[in-house]
Design a protein around this ligand. Sequence first.
Ligand code: SAH
Length: 677
Amino acid sequence: MNEEIDVKVTPEERPLWPPLEHSAVQIPPQHMPIPSPQGAPLSHGVEYELPFELQQQGWKKFWSKRENRPYFWNKLTGESLWEMPMVKPQPHFDPITDPLGICAPPPPAPVIPVVHMPNTSVPVPVAKRRASEEIGGPQVKKFVLAGPWDLDVPTNVIILERAPCSYMHSHPEVEAYRCSLLAKLRQCYQELCHSRESIDAPKDSFNRWLMERKVIDTGYDPLLPSNCYPEVSLSMYKEIMNDIPIKLVRPKFTGDARKQLSRYAEAAKKIMESRNAEAESRKVVKWNVDETFQWLRKTVGATYDDFQDRLAHLKQQCQPHLTETVKASVEGICLKIYNLSVEYAKKVKEKSNAILKEHGMELPPPMSMHTTRKVWCYPVQFAIGCPRLPVVEYLPDRDQALLRFQGDTLVINSTHLQKLEHLYRHSCFDDRKFELFIPRVWVMLKRYATFLGLNPSSNNANSDVQDTQQSLPVTVFECLNRTFGVTFECFASPLNCYFKQFCSAFADCDSYFGSRGSFLQLKAVSGSFEAHPPYSEELMEASVNHMERLLGDSPEPLSFVVLMPDYREPTPSALERLESSQFKRKQVTIPAFEHEFRHGFQHVLNKSELNVRSVHGTVIVWLQNSAGHQRWEPSEDRVQALLEAFRPGRERERDRQELLSPTRQGSTSDSKDVLVH
Ligand code: SAH
């Protein structure tokens, strides 16, 4: 028995990562956390004896003075529990020694298909990995993590082996440069819209442009589009055009409706006078504008609807001529932005190569792999090694931590940083000592902040861009896992994922935290997926096409629970495409305001701001092949369980329950849930 010092830190508050002496991070002494080798408990309590089998599996028992009760900590896996752990019936999947979980002997379950470990020819049976609750019977909630995620759910996803990615490893200097160029590009877009079309760049359209470009981009930069065809983005073109001659908004009062009508007429006239318009177009627009002004002058007591009708009429008459007149100029903006992006991507590549050269390395050419070899779905791997990384400062604060590189400070909640640490432990295999952890977190945070166009000097909580990062409530994920065997998110980030296996927008900087790369590149053969794509028509449509291809190609059980906002514009929309899929087994809609999401900036907000009511309806569609349908059928009772998990307030209820009784599983584990067999 070891007498230790003091019990101040419970497992949830455990240190974030191991020995600081190994770390590339510099921490001012006043911010120094208590060092703790390999994440061992800091709760300096008394160590108690345990049954031999549990000790063999790495378990130790400690006394928490604060809680006045024992707890259990596993030195091999870093898990901690309030309850006595169960002796595992079989060797547990160890992310360190067996990252793909394929070395452990199979359980007595029937062995069906065969998969291969990447880069080996040894076939291994597939059926040995099962959902966590199936392995040891119902287990107590593990207190590995203060947050609500279940990073213990192993994947049930099998994919075709793929080539390692040819991106450079995360590097703060390269990222700072890349992000400064992307910010410049965003600024340039605003200036072009302003100077050429006298409008503001349509809100968030730059973000949608990035997502649309990334659907077709085959270039070498993970962020900046650099090889797209066509070069002119239809989504950017349409969004600019939609705001010409002015951006129309629904007026609040009659006075606003009147003002908007006259502003439209004025702006339309100005365009025709200042541009090189066809004589016929000029004539039509002038005539309609003059007529509108006359009507405005002579009409007294017109109603809100009169003004709106008049505007609709004027727009109908003028818009085709306006479009024709500004077409070349709008295309010019799209082209200019794309070409600048190509140029910037080239500059980033040069910088990357310069840094790599110092280490005797260079960027590899893109690799492709045509294989039919099936493997457990593992995180994206790099083709080249990681160069030495510069120091990123780590400044822990009360509930948040600050990460600073060259004066650029990024914030993250401590619970999310702790989550990242766990994801990293599970998915990153080239940095066991966590020396590169903080620089890699900084790069990932920087990437998302820049991708979303966040303004470092303002509170971005109300920004609409958070919509693209909103996630389902934890209760819904728990239910999806339990009732439909879901173990994988097709659309996520390390910050908003619930499972430790997911696809994300950035294969490079997210891979250390478990990303399997872009969903559009995932060649899934079997497994149960949840897909909640960000709102980008092009990405959503491409995703449905991709799912259909996968479902059509695989005879093995494959299932997607797809969630999309109930938007039916433009027609045909990606949602309509989804609804008409031949693989659709079931569809339900949850009305607006009758469900919630977790805020897209959950990693920086405090708990009270976390749950936001959905302002749109959400459509849920089950796409499954026959085997997938047999295994994860959306039966009435299962669908009901899911709808129940969506009820507003469920996540908060669950949180309260967890506080009252931390060992209990999430509150959705009640009798209403229908387990997958
Ligand atoms: N994982 C949560 C949140 C989804 S929000 C859930 O399932 O509810 C959508 C996420 O998809 C965002 O984090 C966005 O960055 C990510 N994303 C964007 N493009 C992607 C792509 N091509 N592949 C996978 N994820 C992508």
